[in-house]
Design a protein around this ligand. Structure first.
Ligand SMILES: NC(=O)c1ccc[n+]([C@@H]2O[C@H](COP(=O)([O-])OP(=O)(O)OC[C@H]3O[C@@H](n4cnc5c(N)ncnc54)[C@H](OP(=O)(O)O)[C@@H]3O)[C@@H](O)[C@H]2O)c1
Length: 227
């Protein structure tokens, strides 16, 4: 049954974004879900009439302005920015510069640019959620590997904190969310969590924190993660 709440999930074609959209729709949310190529996002379109699909590439500034215009003043109870890429593999530091630029634009800058563009479309009492990663925590021991991906999520977390300090919306909760290690195209088949398990935990967290106006870095079980 509809709960009267509206979410915008950015990057919902597959993996976790698709799972978040399914979980929100199952709980009665109306969801505006974005996909780079809606024609290929068949599972998203099949969720049901409470899900509207919009075409959007997070790195396309003109597309972001078009998305804002299409929202036409509709108020969001949740803006969930999920889209992300793993970035170059192998000898990461010697990857083509355009691949490194694409990683940092997609994972670090685009989420903040999206939130900054849509911040007044989020209702007082609503939530802005950034899907980051525990691997972006610089306050925990840092192991080897994924040097660029980890840096891109640490940069996202840093920019999220500046964004939040400038937001001027005390009624809006800002969550930096680590979804855990999840079996998706990015997470691979050996990850311990299913998309459904992570999505349930993340949506529980969002619903519990809505209206608190706080800003924190949380895992999918609601645990606090050091920045
Ligand atoms: N899986 C994990 O274990 C894990 C752990 C920690 C954090 N995360 C984070 O969780 C988020 C989702 O990851 P996932 O595992 O679901 O990855 P995934 O299966 O690879 O899916 C990535 C999603 O991001 C979208 N995307 C990528 N670049 C985009 C762009 N330029 N514009 C619009 N959409 C774009 C993809 O759309 P297309 O279908 O068009 O490519 C797809 O919907 C990411 O931010 C990731 O860093 C994942």
């Amino acid at each position: 049954m509809a709960n009267g709440k509206t979410a915008l999930v950015v990057g919902a074609s597959r993996g976790l974004g698709l799972g978040f959209t399914r979980e929100l729709a199952a709980r009665g949310w109306s969801v505006i879900a974005t996909a780079r190529d809606p024609g290929r996002a068949t599972e998203l379109a099949a969720i049901g009439p409470s899900v509207e699909v919009e075409a959007f590439d997070v790195n396309d500034l003109a597309g972001l302005n078009r998305l804002k215009a299409r929202l036409a003043g509709r108020k969001l109870d949740l803006l969930l920015v999920n889209a992300g890429v793993a970035g170059p593999t192998g000898d990461e530091l010697r990857a083509p510069s355009n691949k490194i630029t694409e990683l940092f634009l997609t994972n670090s800058v685009a989420p903040i640019r999206i939130a900054d563009t849509l911040k007044y479309d989020v209702r007082d009492g609503g939530v802005i959620g950034f899907v980051t990663s525990g691997l972006g925590s610089v306050g925990q021991p840092m192991g080897p590997g994924f040097i660029l991906y980890k840096g891109s999520k640490a940069a996202l977390n840093s920019m999220t904190r500046t964004f939040t300090s400038e937001l001027g919306r005390p009624g809006v909760t800002v969550l930096s969310i680590s979804p855990g290690w999840v079996r998706t195209d990015m997470g691979g088949p050996d990850a311990p969590l299913s998309v459904e398990q992570s999505a349930k935990g993340v949506v529980d967290l969002i619903e519990a924190k809505a209206g608190t106006g706080e800003h924190g870095f949380y895992g999918m079980r609601g645990e606090t993660i050091p920045w």
